[in-house]
Ligand binder design. Structure first.
Ligand code: GLU
Ligand code: MG
Length: 650
């Protein structure tokens, strides 16, 4: 979930005193690295996925599931197993029931690498599973359905509404990662900075027996009135960071060949975040209730919203500098590539002094604004040993702010003194139950980057429309019911205009024609095409036909594409829709929106069996036969060496 500095965490009051210092030096550190690395080029495509798992305990006699707070032991054991050629890397995550796994080394530019993903994911799942007890399961679920319900953890703990980091009525601090102080510090500082507990409201799904209006009474949990005031009628109310960051996702990071390509892909993929959120939607249940949304996005956004009342526009600005229109976790506010500037139609809040500092040092307009925008935030965790840094070498202050801007996309400069290049991270997707599905979504995105570059595709629409699409994407059954803004024509026959030229044009004629460039479409139309609109699938298939691929890889990739295509058309369900229908048809479900322990137990049992591939779920997935490889064939690795040599010489 971000930077893990060692040391003693400061209190919020102390951190606040150093906020200006962190920002000033963070920007300096960026500028130093930027100057060193902006010309870096000819890097090859490297990429990798991140999967976040939850550890779930099944009590078969009581028909109850709980989250096991043993991630630290499991992580310790996993890390001890790591050797030089070990196929996975392990990372701590927000909760003590979460573990994150990535491939041991990144994949590269060969088509054959697409055929390693699923096998590697399977290995990771098996590795975690091998350290668990017989009734425990490593599960790739996005949200634990009973998160925040009484005794949802094992061992179970009472929440502490008047003390500790979260002060939640529902979520005990013991469920937060106990291995590194960062996570509890972030939780406390977000609450203290905001001046009250965070408020998460998610519309409840109003079923025939759901109370009307749906208003819960929190007095028995020790509420002093704060929760009752914050909870909106007809909403599921939650009150701490754990309800957000205690959820899992599926992310992809890739290295571009240089900074320009990274900026271009950052922009192009931004427009697809809402569609991929909707296609991967897997979370219709929060705190034991069916919701009217199906994706975690807004829950995390509200769960880490550290803005004060002034910043949220509820009080006049006195202590704070800016009114800020979004949480630290949200969709991005601006495109970064030259062609993107005409589509930046959101009023962007940014720090004018930092912006000037960046411009004076030769950083261009768009990038300066992007950074000065990220840097309107305060650091929310700081370690005493890290306050004074060498800005020529260190990047901790930069990373501090960068890694607590949890946005749909992240633009990542190369780390200092490494052979890693400019990278882009794609962050919206929800995690799927099986390795096949997760591999399919990851491969879809990486392959799409190749297709965008090869065919010079252009998906840009005004960034305000991407925001509207994000809202649509979270709604119930967004894939089938939602209409998304999308470009009518994505195939361009020219490269994007040069930055200077574009800026001048934008100022002269403020892009009148842009409104004609896009229209509302369903996800099915966007992915599978309709009428004049080709659809992404046909472009991807065209690309597949144009590249040389071994038979196994081709067969695997085509099945991945088929999954995305069938999810888009509604022929296969999203995980969220399937979960909703299971609850709806469960004999214990009283049509009152409540997902009881026994319903959650049956639901998670089905999920576990499906993940282990011991049962088929034809509503979610066709029967497939991938020959996902363990290692790349010798002939292919020779070809890769050759490719690397060639690209170095070029
Ligand atoms: N778990 C978070 C999510 O679902 C992301 C945390 C991270 O950045 O690794 O979006
Ligand atoms: Mg993570």
């Amino acid at each position: 979930m971000g930077l893990l500095s060692e040391g003693s965490p400061l209190t919020w009051e102390e951190t606040k005193r150093h906020a200006e210092h962190v920002r000033k030096h963070g920007i300096k550190q960026f500028i130093t690295q930027y100057k060193k690395l902006k010309q870096r080029t000819r890097d090859v495509l490297y990429w990798g996925d991140e999967v976040e798992y939850m550890l779930v305990k099944f009590d078969h006699s009581k028909k109850k599931t709980q989250l096991c707070l043993k991630a630290q032991d499991v992580l310790g054991a996993l890390v001890r197993r790591q050797t030089k050629d070990y196929p996975a890397t392990w990372h701590p995550e927000y909760a003590d029931y979460m573990v994150e796994g990535t491939p041991g080394k990144p994949y590269g530019c060969l088509m054959a690498h697409f055929n390693l993903v699923e096998r590697n994911m399977k290995l990771r799942r098996e590795e975690i599973q091998s350290l668990l007890e017989p009734n425990e399961e490593a599960m790739s679920i996005t949200v634990f359905p009973r998160l925040g319900c009484p005794n949802f953890t094992l061992p179970s703990f009472e929440p502490t509404p008047t003390s500790g980091s979260s002060r939640s009525l529902f979520f005990p601090d013991e469920a937060i990662n106990s291995g590194h102080p960062r996570f509890r510090t972030l939780t406390r500082n977000i609450r203290e900075r905001r001046g009250e507990k965070v408020i998460i409201n998610v519309p409840v799904y109003k079923d025939i027996n759901t109370e009307d209006p749906f208003i819960e009474d929190f007095s028995a949990l020790g509420d002093d009135g704060e929760a009752q005031r914050a909870a909106k009628p007809d909403n599921i109310y939650m009150d701490c960071m754990g309800f957000g960051m205690g959820n899992s996702c599926l992310q992809v990071t890739f290295q571009a060949c240089n900074i320009d390509e990274a900026r271009l892909l950052y922009d192009q993929l931004t427009t697809l975040c809402p569609m991929l959120l909707a296609l991967s939607a897997a979370s219709p249940i929060y705190r034991g209730h069916l919701a009217d949304i199906e994706a975690r996005w807004t829950v995390i956004a509200q769960g880490v919203d550290d803005r004060t009342k002034e910043e949220r526009g509820l009080e006049p600005l006195k202590e704070n500098k800016f009114r800020i229109n979004k949480s630290r976790y949200d969709s991005i506010d601006s495109y970064l590539s030259p062609g993107g500037c005409c589509y930046n139609d959101i009023e962007m809040v940014y720090d004018k002094d930092l912006y000037k500092q960046l411009r004076d040092e030769g950083v261009d307009e768009l990038l300066s604004r992007h950074l000065a925008h990220l840097f309107i935030r305060d650091p929310i965790s700081l370690f005493s040993e890290k306050i004074d840094q060498n800005d020529d070498e260190d990047t901790d202050h930069f990373e501090n702010i960068q890694s607590t801007n949890w946005q749909t996309m992240r633009f990542k400069p190369p780390p200092p003194n490494s052979d890693i290049g400019w990278r882009v991270e794609f962050r919206p997707m929800e995690v799927q139950l099986t390795d096949f599905e997760n591999a399919a979504y990851v491969v879809f995105i990486v392959l799409l980057t190749r297709v965008i570059l090869t065919f010079k595709l252009n998906f840009l629409i005004p960034i305000s429309k991407v925001d509207e699409n994000m809202k649509t994407a979270s709604k119930r059954d967004a894939v089938r019911q939602g209409r998304f803004y999308f470009r009518k024509d994505v195939v361009t026959d020219c490269s994007p205009p040069e930055a200077a030229e574009c800026m001048v044009n934008c100022e002269k004629t403020p892009c009148k024609c842009i409104a004609d460039e896009y229209t509302l479409m369903s996800i099915d139309e966007i992915i599978n095409g309709k009428g004049d609109f080709v659809g992404l699938m046909s472009l991807m298939n065209k690309y597949m036909d144009s590249v040389e691929t071994d038979v196994d890889t081709r067969c695997t990739v085509l099945q991945y594409l088929q999954l995305i295509s069938k999810r888009a058309s509604g022929e296969l369900m999203t995980t969220a829709r399937w979960i909703r229908e299971l609850v709806n048809n469960h004999p214990d479900y009283k049509h009152d929106s409540v997902v009881s322990d026994s319903i959650a137990y049956d639901l998670l049992s089905k999920c576990a069996a499906f993940s282990r591939e011991s049962t088929d779920v034809p509503e979610l997935l066709f029967s497939y036969s991938t020959k996902s490889a363990d290692t790349i064939p010798l002939a292919v690795s020779k070809a890769q060496e050759y490719y690397h040599e060639k690209s170095k010489k070029k």
